[in-house]
Design a protein around this ligand. Structure first.
Ligand code: 4NP
Length: 150
């Protein structure tokens, strides 16, 4: 799960996906990362922590890190939130195999549309709630597909 700061959208995406993996009884590793070093090592934004907690998900212990080229070796799928994340990840990709792993997370809901999940950092708590709802729907589709072998 990749966003810019790794403190708002992608830690929420990681927490929600981990929750789906656990509740669906799947075997999968999920992590998140960003491209902006400003918050490296920080806990998620307190509004993200709060919205997650309200929904029974604990992301308090997550720490922001930068995306690395080695993440292409660690993970089968790389989900991005917006166009900037997409171009950031694509710039680090080494070959077609890496590039094929990358997709917009909201394509789980609207295949091929490349809809973006807006950055809530300068927004309100309601923006974090909208982000949570969309990520929750997307993660549900992804978990269902994983459960059905794809
Ligand atoms: P995120 O939001 O990409 O959803 O974690 C952001 C948080 C912080 C910054 C940018 C985006 N920042 O530049 O500090």
């Amino acid at each position: 799960m990749v966003c810019l700061g790794n403190i708002c959208r992608s830690p929420l995406a990681e927490g929600i996906m981990q929750h789906k993996i656990d509740s669906f009884g799947l075997e999968a590793e999920v992590d998140s990362a960003g491209f902006e070093a400003f918050h490296t090592g920080d806990a998620p934004d307190e509004r993200a922590i709060k919205v997650a907690r309200k929904n029974g998900i604990d992301i308090l212990g997550y720490r922001a890190r930068l995306f690395q080229q080695a993440d292409f070796d660690r993970f089968d799928r790389i989900y991005v939130m917006d166009n900037k994340n997409y171009s950031d990840v694509m710039q680090v990709a080494r070959n077609d195999s890496d590039r094929l792993k990358v997709d917009f997370i909201l394509n789980a809901l609207s295949p091929g549309r490349n809809d973006v999940l807006p950055d809530p950092y300068y927004g309100k708590i309601s923006d974090f709630e909208s982000v949570f709802d969309l990520l929750n729907q997307a993660a549900d589709v992804i978990a269902n597909k994983l459960q059905n072998g794809g």
